[in-house]
Structure formats: C-alpha cells, structure tokens
Design a protein around this ligand. Structure first.
Ligand SMILES: C[S@@+](CC[C@H](N)C(=O)[O-])C[C@H]1O[C@@H](n2cnc3c(N)ncnc32)[C@H](O)[C@@H]1O
Length: 286
C-alpha cells in the first residue's frame, strides 16, 4: 500500500482492532516518534513503507489479544511514561487515583515524607508520587518479591532521574522491610488481591499478566491483613500516617470486619470509590 498517511493509518487501526482512539494515537506516536499531542495535527503526513508495516504487525498482535502496553513496552500513567514487560502488571487507570490521595496528604504536612510502595511492580505509583512531589519527598522505597519486576522498577527510576530520592528492596511482602527497621509516613500498596478460586478473571489478563501479580490467599485478603497486623512495625506512628490500599470491588465488607477486630479505635479508616462507583480504596490514618 503506497501513500498511507496518518489519517488512513488511524482509521485502519480503529477498524481492525478493539481499541480506543487514544490507543490508536499512541501507536502512531510510537511508530512515527511524533509527539502524542501532535499526531492529530499531522494527519496528512505520509508514512514510509516500514512504518506502515510496523503498524500492521502491531495490529496483528492486538488481534490475538496481546495488551497494547506489552506490545509497546510502556503505559502512560498519570501522564508519566512507565515501562512494563511481561513480569509486571500493566498499570490500571483506577490505580492513578491512589496518587491523588497521597498528594493531598503530602500537601497537608510540614515535614519531608518517606513513602513505601509495597508490591510495586513497574513502580507506577511510587514513581508518580516521586515525580509529583519532588521537593517534599525524603525517599520513596519500592519493594516487590519479583526480581524481574524490580528490574523494570529500577529502569523507571533511572528514566525519570529519581535515583537520588529512591531505594529498591527485594522483599517477600514486609519481611525484609521490617528487618531493615525503616519507618514510613506513607504506605501505598496495590497487592495481588484476586481470590485463588475466582473464576471471573478476565481471560486475557490471566493469559498475559503475571500470576504472581494477581492472586492472593484468604479470599484475596492475605496481604491487607498482614500489613494491617504489622502497622506499628513499619509505619512511623509517632507522626501522621497515611495508608492507601487498592482493593477488589467486593472486599470492603470483609475488610471492615477485620479492621474493627484488629485495630478497634486505634486508627481511622474509610473506603473510597473509583471512577465506576465501586469501593476500591481503603484509606487509613491515625
Ligand atoms: C497487583 S500487582 C501491582 C503492581 C503495581 N503496584 C501496580 O499498581 O501496577 C502486585 C505486585 O505484587 C507483587 N507480589 C506478589 N506477591 C508478593 C509478595 N509476597 N511480596 C511482595 N510482592 C509481591 C507482584 O510481583 C506484583 O508486582
């Protein structure tokens, strides 16, 4: 096919794949190296043969169900480019809201803040916090059990010039973190939370994304309970603290019962909704 311009390529992608316009623009931007925001203003620009071949190749992979982020090797998260690969979960839109809660808390504090991003995967949450609060952050510590995921976290740290205000720790959940005796003002954590027996998991998620990132024991509640039981051991409870967990949309009731039993009146907590009106965040303060 000769003289394929960007408009034709966009139409081709949208007609042949179940993707939205923003993803189609992202693909064109990736192939042509034209800024995302400039793509729609460059629709008459003719692609060379090689560029259109690459678009067809991407389209074929998408048709097989491979997620776009794994094809491109990155996902845009709160406007930040976050590298991903098959060892990391693809950052989700709803996870972006965690950073809003954190930013609000940081803005209300006078001292520099130490943050722990537990089960960090690509590091999307902690990277965003570090970029968006550069002046007010003491350190962001990233932790995950997967060395391969942490390699990607480290690349994201380097790409965003955050080496000086970050630390990466391989840890089976809180084990090494507690041993290192560091205490944090903020915990953000989007742990695996799908029940091992859940049969409703999206087929493509199950096929392409790391199992380690998805499933947890105890009806999916294992990691929340472990963190809550150990708050005093890794959070700096002499000061204000903030804990934000992403949770599954059916986990609020069971978690609330557990929190009442475990914490009583010692801490305050609330559940907040995502863009789709589901209770998806557990927010805990002193
Ligand atoms: C749901 S993903 C979240 C990744 C990232 N925080 C995000 O929001 O996109 C959960 C992460 O927990 C990690 N993980 C699983 N079991 C773990 C464990 N026992 N200790 C620490 N991390 C664990 C996985 O490797 C995965 O990166």
């Amino acid at each position: 096919m000769n003289n394929v311009n960007i408009k034709i390529a966009l139409d081709f992608l949208l007609e042949n794949n179940k993707i939205g316009k923003s993803d189609a623009i992202e693909i064109i931007s990736f192939i042509t190296k034209i800024e995302y925001s400039e793509v729609l203003f460059s629709q008459e620009k003719v692609l060379n043969k090689n560029q259109f071949k690459k678009i067809i190749k991407i389209s074929k992979k998408l048709a097989k169900g491979k997620p776009l982020a794994y094809i491109l090797g990155y996902k845009i998260f709160r406007n930040h480019k976050i590298l991903v690969n098959k060892n990391t979960l693809i950052p989700r839109m709803e996870t972006e809201l965690i950073v809003d809660y954190v930013n609000e808390f940081i803005n209300s504090q006078n001292e520099k803040i130490s943050v722990l991003d537990l089960c960090c995967g690509s590091g999307c949450i902690g990277i965003s916090i570090a970029i968006e609060n550069k002046e007010r952050i003491e350190k962001v510590t990233f932790s995950d059990i997967s060395k391969k995921a942490l390699n990607i976290t480290s690349k994201n740290i380097e790409n965003n010039n955050l080496v000086n205000c970050t630390k990466v720790v391989k840890s089976d959940f809180l084990n090494s973190i507690i041993k290192q005796q560091n205490k944090f003002n903020i915990l953000v954590c989007n742990p695996p939370y799908i029940d091992l027996n859940d049969i409703d998991v999206d087929k493509m998620t199950k096929k392409y994304e790391p199992k380690l990132a998805l499933f947890a024991k105890d009806n999916g509640l294992f990691f929340y309970k472990e963190a809550i039981k150990n708050i005093d051991k890794f959070m700096d409870i002499t000061k204000n603290i903030l804990i934000v967990f992403e949770i599954g949309w059916k986990q609020e009731k069971e978690l609330d019962v557990f929190l009442k039993q475990e914490l009583g009146l010692k801490y305050k907590w609330k559940f907040e909704k995502d863009y789709f009106n589901n209770l998806r965040y557990l927010i805990l303060t002193k």
